[in-house]
Every structure is written in structure tokens, then in C-alpha cells.
Design a binder for this molecule. Structure first.
Ligand code: ADP
Ligand code: MG
Length: 710
């Protein structure tokens, strides 16, 4: 059946009509034949089993029985009426009940004729009763398709109210197969099908809707999931390749004096192998003539900053400027201080630009930036202002990229050379985005298929794994004693309170109450306490933060403003209050603030006794592991991909049959095949790939792919 026919509006299918078409469209997004064909069942029910009335149990399962209806009556109730049928088999009696569509049942139901009924049973007044059963005359049932597994389609209340029950949808599907003769164009090449032993498209579609056996159903599912993920990957990889061909980048072919000098003399530590590998990957990109778009993933504390610094040196070695954008002032400050220190004596100029930098101080920064005197600019969103113009920005780095949106990435992109001498037109800067929110690889592959990905999967040596425990509020005294002991050893402590936007006033009160009780328990002058929260002026925040960084205060009471990036190696205890209210990735980020020095660090998750099962899973996961990727996997399973930044645009939520989490292995296979194919035949010109080229074109034609930076 050709693809054009499948674009026929579903209203033309026999048995649909304008009303049903309207419901199918609004409720399930089904417009044309193709959409209906791709409405895949959620699950299947084994219909080889028949129950007897005396075998019925109180359970939630669907059951199927054979028997006769011997009597029908209408019962008045508070609202409207109820139609009750007495159903019998040779072992007993039960009731069938209708609240809606009673007239149709009255008019069509045959008394004393064998029926097959199907549905869920309740017990009502001591009698088994099945509301709105599916009914089929035994004779028709026997003549009909011998389906062992009956598909259950995604449905909505509204649909069944409009008579579009599962049974009706099944009927429509049969009609569709009748009209198309069940013949559908193949969409995968012979080569791939043979290698993976995939059944044909027609066979797969038939068996997904009318499975002949468990085995064929499994094969159908595998084939269709593979196909879906394969074409998703094809789109992402193709976009990435196209991008590389089209977008010329500044070529940093020099590994010059600055980089080499720094490596030989200024590096405060030996790089980990993972850091070395990632720097190599970045170097290769920067010297490739194409613009780099790279995502650097590395758990908290894995040492992404030094990779950023060395990448910036490569830019400066080649006569370009670089910038680093961070999501908060605290973090930008910290980067500025740390990086200035690292670069001390190299002659490289570095400035800080944040919202709280005074107008008078900005002017020289703007000027030096435009003249090229300034090599590195570090800052917050303030970098994105129009006034900020570079002479020749060669590399833009975004730290903690999950805190920014795509729009900001795009803005930096256009900050390239205004019109540098010797080049024509604007060449965008290379882009490196860094994140400590470990996105599971499976998701990253789908989500950022358009970015290249580097991973730092190794922590610097000598780190002791953080010990994490869960304590109830009732144990607070013991926890406080523990804090005192740690402070006596010279350590510093974070105490973090949740601050969630909608209930800010309330949270703020929690924080202040907490702060007061801590001040009471840890009195001055023996103890010094800092407090930092979002409602403070930036200058005050900075002052308090600085006192903690300098070791003048031992306890930092804060909201999640400190979640991101702050580095105080002497802080060895992280206490998270109301930990049940935080998401997993946030808990992990917060914990990452400790464990940065040589001492044993601790994370204490404080909660009330009342915990949801999901909260329990989160806490258990935190106690069990320090591995950010493992945590991210759990998070993904708990929340689904929908809540992870960036998934909305990526199309992976529109998958019809595959599941990005459960079908991880198939995803990997699909990506591998897509990559191999596009490497060997980028424009899909080889005759054996014609099918794929054609299917791909169809897909692009009928489906809007999400827009990357435009
Ligand atoms: P993150 O990846 O979370 O941004 P940072 O770059 O802030 O991590 O690094 C965390 C800490 O580890 C810093 O104090 C940094 O100086 C230190 N560090 C980074 N790389 C190494 C290394 N190879 N050996 C020892 N310490 C390192
Ligand atoms: Mg960092």
C-alpha cells in the first residue's frame, strides 16, 4: 500500500464518519489512516481463557465468559436509570450492567442466545457484576479472527463515552487492514532486516494489532521499536552532520605557547586520564574547520573547570577571545577568582561581568573587549547584553548548562566576531556546554544527538566517597552533636533548606526559623554562622559567602542558591533539611558541595516521618550510591523523560511504541546502525539504501522536526 493512500483522512474509513473522526482527532490525534495504523496497543489480553461464573474472583483482571442473557430490567436510581441483565452459564448467575447506551442494548441484545462477554467484575450486593461488558455472539466469536491476544488500545473516558470503545477501535483496525489488504511498503533496507532478523513491515503491523502468537508479537514489537528509534537517530545524526558541513568554524590550528606553558608549569595537579581524553577531543574539534558544539558531562567535582580553562587557552593561542558564562553570581565570582589565580603570571587578561558590576566599572570592560585587550570574560547572563561586544570571540563556554535555555545558547552563538579583519561574514564561536546534571547516556544520545558528547567519568584521585545517611527530624539532637564534633575538628558545615518558587513565603519562614534555632544551638562567639538566600542583595550574599569561603564562619545556612558549583574544600558536612522535598538530581548536586577536600565528608538527609514511596526511593538511592549517572537513571525512571530539560523539544516524548528508558538496548543498536549507514552513505545514494532514503523523506515530509537554534 503506498504512503499516499495512508494519508487518506480517517473519516473516509468505513465505520468512522464525521463524528467519530472528530473524536479520534481531538482525543488521540488521529487524522489519517496512517495515524490509526500507528495507534499501537498498550497491552494485550489473553483471550484463550474462558472463565465460569463460579470461578470468578474479586480481582482487577479482565475475564471472559460464555453464557446466555435470560432477563433484562431497568432500575431507577438517583440519577437516571441502570440496565441490568441476568447472565447465566451452567455454573451460576451474574449481572451485566449498563449506565449508558441502554437503548441500543435493549434493541439489539438477543435473549437466551450464547454470548461471549468480556470485562472486569465487581461484587455488588453479594453478586458478581460486570459493568459495560464487551459482548459478542458466540457464533461470531468463533467465526471471527482467531485472536489469542486481544490488543488494548490507548483510550480516554471521552472516547468510550462516545462509543469508541476498545472493541470499536479494534473493528476499525480490522477495516483498515481490509481496505489496505494488510500490505504496507517496507521501510527498512534488506541489509538491516537480514542482519537483525527483522520481520517485514506488513507482518509487523499485522502482528502488533492482531498477534498470532506471543513470539510473533515480540518480533513485531522489536521491529517497530527499532524502526522508530532508528529514524529518530537518523534525524539527529543527519542534522549534526549537516551542521558540520555547513557551519564553518574558526580553525585553532596552533597549540601555542600559552597552552604548553600552562600545561608544563602552571597546572596545580596532574590531570586525570578522563580530563586528558576530553581535552584531546576538544582540541580535535577546534582544529577541524567546523564549528564545535560539544556537551561536556562530568559529575560534580570531576574537574570540568580546568578543561574549560585549557580550552580557553587554545582560543587565546590562536588570537581569539573566550568567555565563560555561569548561572549564578556566586558561581561566576568563584570561577573568576579561581581562574584568575590559575592564570596568574601568564599575561592573560581576565575580567568579571555580572549584574552587580557597577556601570562605571563596566565601561572599561566593554572597551577592552572590543579592542581585544581583554582575553577572557567571565560572568552571568550579563554577558548576553547587547552592549557586550567582542572583538573576536572564538570560544564560548556555558557552565551548568541545565540552568540555561536553548535561547541563551543561541544568543552566545551570535556573539561571534562582529567583523574581524581577514575573515568574511560572521563565523560563530565554538560552543562548549558543561553540565554536572548527568543525563543518562541513553537520553543524552537522543536528546543531544545534535551535540557531540564528552564525558569525564573519573574523579580526581584521593577523594573519599561521601558517606550519606538518612535521619528523621526526631534525631536532630544527635545530628547537632555530630556537627559540633566536626566543627571541633576544624571542618565547615552546610545546612540547606528547600526553597521552592510557588511557596516562597512559607519556605522563607522555614529557613528563618531554622536559622534562629541553629543560632540558639550554636551560639556566638564560639560559632560563626553565615546565611545566604535568594532574597538577599547580591552584595550581601557575596559577603556572607566569602566569609564562609575564607573559613571565618563554620556553618553556612542556605537555600539551594548554593546548589550550583560552589567550591569550599574544607566543608565536609552537607545537611539537607526536608530532603523529601528535593528531586534526586538536586540532592545529588547539593551533596556535591562536600567531598572536595582530603577529609571524610558526610551528607545527612533530614526528613519527617511522613514519606511518599517515591521520596523513599529517592532517599534510598542517595544513601546507596554516589554515582551521578546511576542516580540520573533512577531519576529518569521515577520522573520519566518529560521533566528533564530539553526533552520537550526533542521529539522523544512523541515516540509511539519505543520507550526511551525501557528500550535502551534497542536504542543503542538503532543508533549504531544509523551512524554506520550515514557514515558509509551520507546522502543515501546507494541503491540498497533507496528504501531508507524514501522512508526518511516521507517522515520529514509528514512530521515536523524540532528546530535547533534558528
Ligand atoms: P566540577 O566538575 O564540579 O566543576 P571543579 O572543576 O570545580 O569540578 O573541580 C573540583 C575540584 O577538584 C577543584 O578544587 C579542582 O581544583 C580539583 N581538581 C580538578 N581536577 C583535578 C585533578 N586532576 N587532580 C586533583 N584535583 C583536581
Ligand atoms: Mg563546576
Amino acid at each position: 500500500m503506498n504512503a499516499g493512500f495512508l494519508q487518506t483522512p480517517v473519516a473516509y474509513l468505513k465505520g468512522v464518519g464525521p463524528n467519530r473522526a472528530e473524536s479520534l482527532q481531538s482525543e488521540l490525534g488521529i487524522h489519517v489512516y496512517q495515524d490509526l495504523l500507528n495507534l499501537f496497543p498498550n497491552r494485550y489480553i489473553d483471550k484463550t481463557q474462558y472463565y465460569k461464573v463460579n470461578q470468578l474472583q474479586k480481582s482487577n483482571a479482565d475475564v471472559q465468559l460464555i453464557g446466555k442473557i435470560v432477563h433484562l430490567k431497568t432500575v431507577e436510581q438517583k440519577k437516571g436509570t441502570r440496565l441490568i441483565a441476568k447472565f447465566q452459564d451452567d455454573t451460576g448467575e451474574m449481572e451485566l450492567v449498563w449506565f449508558r447506551g441502554q437503548k441500543w442494548i435493549r434493541d439489539n441484545l438477543k435473549l437466551n442466545t450464547p454470548y461471549v462477554i468480556f470485562g472486569k467484575c465487581n461484587v455488588f450486593n453479594g453478586v458478581f457484576s460486570m459493568p459495560h461488558p464487551e459482548l459478542e455472539l458466540l457464533k461470531e466469536h468463533q467465526e471471527g479472527l482467531k485472536v489469542h491476544m486481544q490488543p488494548v488500545y490507548p483510550s480516554t473516558e471521552k472516547l468510550s463515552n462516545k462509543g469508541l470503545t476498545n472493541r470499536v477501535i479494534s473493528k476499525l483496525m480490522q477495516q483498515l487492514f481490509l481496505e489496505t489488504k494488510g500490505k504496507f511498503s517496507e521501510t527498512l533496507s534488506d541489509g538491516i532486516r537480514q542482519e537483525l532478523k527483522l520481520i517485514s513491515k506488513s507482518e509487523a503491523l499485522f502482528n502488533i494489532h492482531f498477534p498470532k502468537s506471543q513470539e510473533l508479537l515480540a518480533k513485531a514489537q522489536f521491529r517497530l521499536k527499532f524502526e522508530e528509534l532508528f529514524y529518530l537517530q537518523m534525524q539527529l545524526i543527519a542534522k549534526n552532520m549537516l551542521h558540520k558541513q555547513r557551519i564553518k568554524g574558526n580553525n585553532f590550528d596552533q597549540v601555542g605557547a600559552l597552552f604548553n606553558e600552562f600545561y608544563a608549569n602552571q597546572l596545580p595537579f596532574e590531570l586525570t586520564n578522563a580530563q586528558k581524553r576530553v581535552i584531546k577531543e576538544i582540541r580535535a574539534d577546534l582544529g577541524s574547520n567546523a564549528q564545535m558544539n560539544r556537551l561536556l558531562q562530568g559529575d560534580v567535582g570531576s574537574g570540568k573547570t580546568i578543561v574549560a580553562v585549557m580550552s580557553m587557552l587554545l582560543a587565546i593561542d590562536n588570537g581569539f577571545q573566550a568567555c565563560l558564562m555561569a548561572p549564578t553570581e556566586i558561581l561566576a565570582n568563584q570561577h573568576y577568582t579561581g581562574i584568575s589565580e590559575l592564570l596568574d603570571g601568564t599575561g592573560i587578561t581576565c575580567e568579571l561581568l555580572t549584574g552587580s558590576v557597577k556601570q562605571a566599572a563596566r565601561k572599561p570592560i566593554h572597551e577592552q573587549l572590543e579592542s581585544g585587550e581583554l582575553h577572557i570574560l567571565i560572568g552571568t547572563h550579563a554577558l548576553l547584553e547587547d552592549k557586550v561586544k567582542f572583538k573576536n570571540l572564538g570560544l564560548a563556554i556555558i557552565d551548568e548548562q541545565h540552568r540555561f535555555g536553548v535561547a541563551q545558547r543561541s544568543k552566545l552563538w551570535h556573539k561571534g566576531s562582529s567583523s574581524p579583519e581577514g575573515t568574511s561574514g560572521a563565523i560563530p564561536p565554538h560552543i562548549l556546554v558543561m553540565t554536572a546534571t548527568p543525563i543518562p547516556r541513553t537520553l543524552a544520545m537522543s536528546l543531544y544527538g545534535d551535540l557531540d558528547i564528552s564525558v569525564i567519568d573519573e574523579l580526581p584521585p584521593g577523594r573519599k566517597p561521601i558517606k550519606t545517611v538518612h535521619r528523621y527530624d526526631s534525631n536532630r539532637l544527635k545530628v547537632f552533636q555530630f556537627i559540633r564534633d566536626e566543627i571541633k575538628k576544624g571542618r565547615q558545615i552546610y545546612i540547606v533548606y528547600p526553597l521552592i518558587q510557588e511557596s516562597e513565603a512559607l519556605d522563607y519562614k522555614d529557613l528563618m526559623d531554622g536559622y534562629e534555632s541553629i543560632v540558639r544551638d550554636f551560639p556566638m562567639p564560639e560559632f560563626q554562622i553565615s546565611i545566604v538566600h535568594g532574597q538577599m542583595k547580591p552584595a550581601d550574599k557575596e559577603y556572607e559567602m566569602q566569609r564562609f569561603v575564607n573559613g571565618e564562619t563554620q556553618i553556612m545556612v542556605a537555600t539551594t542558591v548554593i546548589e550550583v558549583g560552589v567550591n569550599v574544600p574544607n566543608a565536609s558536612v552537607m545537611i539537607i533539611e526536608s530532603a523529601e522535598r528535593f528531586g534526586l538530581s538536586q540532592l545529588h548536586q547539593l551533596r556535591g558541595r562536600v567531598g572536595r577536600g582530603a577529609d571524610q565528608s558526610f551528607c545527612i538527609l533530614m526528613t519527617s516521618h511522613k514519606l511518599s514511596s517515591e521520596a523513599k526511593t529517592r532517599l534510598e538511592t542517595m544513601v546507596r550510591t554516589n554515582d551521578g549517572f546511576e542516580i540520573a537513571e533512577v531519576d529518569l525512571k521515577l520522573r520519566g523523560p518529560g521533566d528533564i530539560m530539553g526533552t520537550q523539544q526533542s521529539g522523544i516524548l512523541n515516540l509511539k511504541i519505543a520507550d526511551i528508558v525501557k528500550d535502551n538496548e534497542i536504542l543503542k543498536t538503532a543508533r549504531y546502525y544509523a551512524l554506520q549507514l550515514l557514515k558509509a552513505d551520507p546522502s543515501l545514494e546507494k541503491p540498497e539504501n533507496l528504501i531508507i532514503r524514501h522512508s526518511y523523506a516521507q517522515l520529514v515530509k509528514y512530521k515536523n522536526i524540532w528546530n535547533y537554534i534558528s
